[in-house]
Design a protein around this ligand. Structure first.
Ligand code: ATR
Length: 277
């Protein structure tokens, strides 16, 4: 008998904006896999029951987005070390024995995006300066430390949130005042914006890059616009830059491989598809 089509999806509330169906749908089609990737709107109070329903229906797993990332970690029977350390999950795997494994692939997506553009880049090259201390920052700080960053300097408008990161990740984290960025820019080998500043409809990110070394890699998690003012300013002064779209695409790779059994590639065709949507 033919095996049933494999099922996966993305759950969130709201979910209308999610680009994940486009990404996974493209890979399913390109790799000629008999499978479906569905977008499911799930309100917070229905999250547990909704996930249980997906397990019963035979889903292989699901991506999880706002506001369920912490709840997804809580609900799982097991979690990868990185999901536990980040404190949130974006990928669930429904194992054949009925148990649920939680993972967080955001940090891997972040690193693989940088490596795709600059294969020689490694976080161990030197200190990283991370702007922002929210959920995205946590995943990126984890990844930078795991990749060997000797120091990660975190600046956030609300300094107490940056201090929470230091308490959690330990003494390779240094917290600086948002107003004193210029004093630490000269140390940075990697500069990452994880705030929403610079996104369409949000206030601009106004920082001077004057003291940033010219070989420091600059990247932004904002991908709308694709080239943020930060990336344009960095590019103008000759710094290597990587836009944030690739992080979104690369974070999807491990989930797809786990559910559908083939590791997909992130290429220009996929970028163009998502950009055009
Ligand atoms: P995400 O999960 O995308 O990281 P988040 O947890 O809401 O979202 O974090 C948003 C980040 O953008 C935070 O670092 C936030 O700073 P605060 O912790 O001070 O709120 C930052 N951010 C948002 N708007 C900002 C603004 N107008 N100025 C400075 N930082 C801002």
């Amino acid at each position: 008998m033919r095996e049933p089509a494999k099922l996966a999806g993305v759950v969130g509330w709201p979910i209308g904006h999610s680009k994940s169906p486009l990404i996974h749908g493209h890979w399913l089609q390109q790799l000629e896999i008999d499978g479906y990737y569905l977008k499911l709107a799930m309100p917070p109070r229905g999250f547990h029951a909704g996930i249980q329903k997906m397990v019963e229906l035979g889903f292989s797993g699901t991506n999880v987005t706002l506001p369920h990332k912490e709840a997804a970690l809580q609900l799982a029977d097991d979690a990868t070390e990185r999901a536990q350390s980040i404190g949130a999950a974006n990928t669930l795997w429904f194992r054949p024995d009925g148990s649920i494994l939680a993972d967080n692939t955001d940090g891997e997506g972040f690193l693989n995006n940088l490596r795709q553009h600059y294969p020689d880049w490694t976080a161990s090259d030197g200190p990283a300066l991370v702007l922002g201390a929210g959920g995205a920052s946590r995943a990126i700080v984890y990844a930078l430390l795991a990749d060997g960053a000797p120091k990660v300097i975190v600046a956030n408008r609300t300094q107490s949130r940056a201090e929470l990161l230091r308490d959690h990740f330990g003494d390779r984290i240094e917290v600086v005042d948002w107003m004193n960025l210029s004093t630490v820019l000269e140390e940075a080998k990697t500069l990452v914006n994880t705030t929403s500043l610079g996104m369409e409809g949000q206030p601009p990110l106004n920082i001077s890059l004057r003291s940033l070394p010219q070989d420091a890699l600059v990247t932004d998690i904002v991908y709308s616009p694709l080239m943020t003012d930060l990336l344009l300013a960095a590019q103008r002064r000759g710094n290597p830059v990587v836009d944030g779209l690739g992080m979104l695409l690369h974070q999807a790779v491990p989930g797809f491989e786990m559910w559908f059994g083939t590791r997909p590639v992130v290429n220009q065709e996929l970028r163009d598809l998502v950009l055009g949507a």
